[in-house]
Design a protein around this ligand. Sequence first.
Ligand code: ISJ
Length: 179
Amino acid sequence: MLPAALHPDSLWRPLEQLVLPPRIREWMADPASLTLRLKRHGQFRVEPGYHAISFPRADERQLLDLAPRRAALIREVTLLLDDTPVVAARSVLPLTSLTGANRSLGHMGSRSLGLELYKRPTCLRDQVWARLGSPAEAMPVCWGRQSRFIKRGEPLLVAEYFLPALWEKVGATSVSSLL
Ligand SMILES: C=C(O[C@@H]1C=C(C(=O)O)C=C[C@H]1O)C(=O)O
């Protein structure tokens, strides 16, 4: 008996607990760099957005097991293919994770965080959650993936929302069949 279809909501659920359309699961469960995968589909670039030291949201703190008043660097970017936004991303990097050789993760600018994460010593993507929802006000409902990475023993969170235009870019039967 398949679980009822997931309705848009704010809950992050462990990826393995969800029944997803195969095309979605193929992207959401891919352990490799999303940046490197996107680069195979067109001209890739990162458009930086909000970037500040702030307090993570309650759900982010919980996924990072972060104490209430611990600050983090919040990095929001849009990933584009051929100048079309295809992924909206929000990363939460605890300040305690940005010391020593990890310092560069806090100064990526328009370079992809993933290229740094997947450099040696490679990161571990140790937990992956999923949700169907809108990344932000006035943005479309889409599939989101939240990954916890461990880089040089320190945790950070990366949320990626796969925007409808992604599926048109990478060839999906129909966007509606993926929601
Ligand atoms: C984690 C990765 O990094 C990507 C790059 C991001 C950034 O530059 O902020 C955010 C989300 C990721 O899709 C990756 O390429 O797998």
